[in-house]
Write a protein of this length. Structure first.
Ligand code: COA
Ligand code: MG
Length: 331
C-alpha cells in the first residue's frame, strides 16, 4: 500500500438517487415514501428561473414536513456562476441544516469551487452550533473543465462523499452528439472488417459502443482514489426499463455504486442492479470467516475452497457485507 492513506467517506447506501424538482412540492411525499436510498430536492436545472425563490421555500418546508431520517436527503443548489447559489446555501442551511445530510453541487469545475462551498457551509454550521462536517458534499462532474480537474476536485474537501456523472450537461459541454439523456448513439459503433460468408454475402457486423465509457471510467477511478462513491447520472427515457437496466449494469460493472432515477419507476431497477446478490453476500461472509479463522490460527495466507484469497478480495468482501447490513436496515 501507499504511504498515503485515504479515509473512505461516510458509508451510505447509494443504489438509487431520486431527483425531485423543488418547484413541485406535490412530489415530495411520494419521494419520501419511495424506496430510493437518496432523495435530492432540486433547486437547479429542473426549476425555471422564475420559480427559484418559491422552490427554495418549498424545499425548506419539505425538509421539515417529513421525517427524512430513515433515508438520506440532499438538496441540489444552483451553480457557483448564478445569482441563486449563495441564498440557496444560506437559506436552506440556516432553516433546515439539522434535517439535511448532503448538498449536491452542480457543474463543479475546479477544486476551488468545492473550497468556496466548504468555507460557506463551515461558517453556517459554526454559527448554528452544528457539528463541523455535518453536511456532506455530492459533486456533479458534468463539464469538460470538471472532468479535466476531477482528481483535484475529488480531493478538495473532507465533506466530499460522492462524484456523480451528469451526462446531459457533459454532452453539451463536450459537444457530444447525443439525442437522449444517458442513452447510446447509433453513430458510436464499430463496423467489423469486410468479409463474405459461404454464399458470397457481405457479413460485416455493427457493434454498438458505449459513448460514456471513458467519462464514467475516469469518474470511477477519481472517486475510488479519494474514498468517494462513484454514481452514474440520469437516463432520460423513463419508459425504457431495458435501456435503463443496461446502462445501470454497465455502470455497476465499472464500479459505480448507484444511478440516478428521474422517475419512481427507475428506483427498483437501480436498487436491484446495484445490490449485491444473495450468493455474493454469502461468499463475502465466508471470506471474512476464513480470514478470522486464519488470524486466530496465526496464519498469514487465507484460503477458501482450496484457493488463496488475496487482500483485495477480503476488502471487497467487507464492503459487500457492510452493504448487506445497510440494505437490511433500510428494509
Ligand atoms: N419524484 C417523485 N414522484 C414522481 C417523480 C419524481 N421525480 N416523477 C413522477 N412522480 C410521480 C408522479 O407525480 C405520479 O404520481 P401519481 O401517480 O400520484 O400521480 C407518478 O410518479 C407517476 O408519474 P408519471 O405520470 O409517470 O410521470 P409524470 O408525467 O408525472 O412526470 C417527469 C414525468 C419526467 C416530468 C417527472 O418524472 C419529473 O419531473 N422527474 C424529475 C426530473 C428532474 O428532476 N430532472 C432533473 C434531474 S436530471
Ligand atoms: Mg446538470
Amino acid at each position: 500500500m501507499s504511504f498515503t492513506i485515504i479515509e473512505p467517506a461516510k458509508s451510505r447506501l447509494n443504489r438509487s438517487q431520486l431527483a425531485v424538482p423543488g418547484s413541485q412540492p406535490k412530489l415530495f411525499e411520494k419521494a419520501w415514501q419511495s424506496t430510493a436510498d437518496i432523495v435530492f430536492l432540486d433547486l437547479e436545472d429542473s426549476v425555471a428561473p422564475a420559480d427559484k425563490v418559491a422552490a427554495r421555500a418549498n424545499v425548506i418546508q419539505g425538509l421539515h414536513a417529513f421525517d427524512w431520517s430513515r433515508k438520506t436527503v440532499s438538496v441540489r443548489i444552483n451553480g457557483l456562476d448564478t445569482a441563486f447559489m449563495y441564498r440557496d446555501v444560506v437559506e436552506v442551511l440556516e432553516a433546515a441544516a439539522d434535517k439535511l445530510d448532503l448538498i449536491m453541487i452542480p457543474k463543479v469545475g475546479t477544486a476551488a469551487d468545492v473550497y468556496a462551498l466548504d468555507m460557506l457551509v463551515s461558517q453556517i454550521e459554526q454559527a448554528r452550533g452544528l457539528p463541523h462536517g455535518k453536511i456532506g458534499f455530492e459533486l456533479i462532474i458534468e463539464t469538460a473543465l470538471g472532468m479535466s480537474n476531477i482528481h483535484e476536485i475529488a480531493g478538495a474537501s473532507k465533506r466530499n462523499e460522492s462524484l456523480h456523472f451528469g451526462v446531459a450537461d457533459y454532452a453539451a459541454s463536450t459537444r457530444a452528439r447525443t439525442t437522449n439523456v444517458g442513452g447510446v448513439n447509433p453513430d458510436y459503433v464499430v463496423l467489423t472488417d469486410a468479409t463474405t460468408d459461404a454464399h458470397g454475402r457481405d457479413n460485416r457486423e455493427v457493434h454498438w459502443g458505449d459513448p460514456w465509457h471513458y467519462a464514467l471510467s475516469r469518474l470511477v477511478v477519481a472517486a475510488r482514489a479519494y474514498g468517494l462513491r462513484p454514481v452514474d447520472g440520469p437516463f432520460g427515457d423513463f419508459g425504457d426499463a431495458d435501456g435503463y437496466q443496461a446502462a445501470a449494469r454497465r455502470a455497476a460493472a465499472l464500479g459505480c455504486e448507484g444511478k440516478w432515477a428521474i422517475h419512481p419507476g427507475q428506483i427498483p431497477l437501480a436498487n436491484q442492479v446495484f445490490a449485491p446478490s444473495e450468493a455474493e453476500i454469502q461468499r463475502a461472509r465466508r471470506i471474512l470467516e476464513a480470514m478470522d479463522q486464519a488470524a486466530r490460527e496465526g496464519r498469514g495466507a487465507v484460503a477458501l475452497d482450496g484457493r488463496l484469497i488475496d487482500i483485495a478480495s477480503i476488502k471487497q468482501a467487507q464492503t459487500v457485507v457492510d452493504k448487506a447490513r445497510q440494505m437490511q436496515q433500510a428494509g
